[in-house]
Design a protein around this ligand. Structure first.
Ligand SMILES: [Ca+2]
Ligand SMILES: [Ca+2]
Ligand SMILES: [Ca+2]
Length: 330
């Protein structure tokens, strides 16, 4: 009896083992010819063929694959700033690629691998290195013209500069008697500005410097000499009153209003207003003959605004009574 049971156990175990072999091994063996598990060969001989300040071209020897169908990936690595890293897809028929919009004056490495239609990846090719060019050429110098607007104001207008790299041009700076100025400049456009608070009856020389956005390279315009007309007006306008909030646009941008000043010589339409934010002159352009303007708060929490009236001879009123506003810059 015991021997019979043992024989049945042997037969059962053998049958189970055979079924297991069919279920788990058999199908895998029979479909091996359909699934592609063979990776393409790695691309070889990757070389850099061209470099500009913003692009690098590479070429390589092609991969092969058992399926006959694959594409390439170009791995672009910026060694100075990983935010410029990227991965480009290139079709099988192509063995060249030009990476564009790269950072200037930066070290890059490139590697290429192939991926077949089943997702099998080859090993990387050799690594090729390149250094994108720096911009070492300055923009052309602007051609500057000046016109006197009043005893205290001169308008400058200049031609647009051109550069070897148009997307890297241009910042403009204004020089008064050879020194860069940033205060009391009303920028009308990129190529025009009004210089304010000059002295009546005084000679000045102006020039404008054009520079690459990336800095370092600059060319000055011609120098223009002007003499402001004399003025006998030494009395400032009255102090603007009733400084108040007109509207709060959030992000600390507010419109503030006031009661206009008057002057001994200039009409209301010719009186300009300067807004001071926490004691600092707002860099936004100054307007004349207005009773409201917009301005940005610069502090988290309480901001103090004052306003001065300025006549055409450059005489400034005392500051108005401060307006306190609770604001949150964005
Ligand atoms: Ca394959
Ligand atoms: Ca340049
Ligand atoms: Ca006056």
């Amino acid at each position: 009896m015991a021997t019979r049971q043992f024989s049945r156990l042997i037969i059962f175990t053998a049958a189970f083992a055979f079924t297991t072999l069919l279920l788990f091994s058999g199908p895998t063996v029979s479909s091996a010819g359909k699934a592609d598990r063979s990776a393409p060969t790695a691309p070889t001989n990757l070389v850099v063929t061209a470099v500009t300040d913003w692009s690098v071209s590479v070429t390589w020897q092609p991969s092969t694959d058992n399926s006959g169908k694959f594409s390439y990936r170009v791995r672009i690595t910026n060694l100075n700033n990983s935010t410029y890293n990227s991965l480009a897809t290139v079709s099988q028929s192509q063995t060249t690629y030009t990476a564009k919009y790269l950072a200037r004056d930066s070290n890059y490495t490139f590697a290429v691998y192939a991926v077949d239609d089943s997702g099998n990846k080859s090993a990387d090719s050799n690594i090729a290195s390149a250094h994108t060019l720096a911009d070492t050429t300055a923009p052309t110098g602007p051609t500057l013209q000046a016109s006197v607007l009043s005893p205290s104001q001169v308008q400058l207008t200049w031609s647009k500069s051109t550069d070897n790299i148009p997307t890297n041009c241009c910042n403009y700076g204004i020089n008064l008697n050879g020194a860069r100025i940033t205060q009391n400049v009303n920028w009308l456009s990129q190529t025009s500005a009004v210089i304010r608070h000059l002295q009546p009856g005084t000679g000045y020389s102006f020039s404008v410097t054009a520079s690459d956005f990336s800095g370092g390279n600059a060319t000055a315009s011609n120098v223009v000499n002007v003499v402001t007309p004399p003025s006998s007006d030494t009395l400032p306008p009255t102090v603007p009153t009733n400084l108040h909030l007109v509207s709060d646009n959030s992000c600390a941008e507010v419109w503030i209003g006031w009661t206009e000043a008057s002057d001994n010589k200039d009409s209301e339409a010719n009186i300009e207003y300067e807004i001071y934010v926490n004691g600092v002159l707002s860099p936004l352009p100054v307007n004349s003959g207005v009773d409201l303007d917009f301005v940005y708060g610069t502090a988290f929490g309480d901001n103090y605004f004052t306003i001065r009236a300025v006549d055409k001879s450059g005489n400034s009123s005392a500051p108005s009574t401060p307006l306190k506003l609770f604001l949150w810059p964005c």
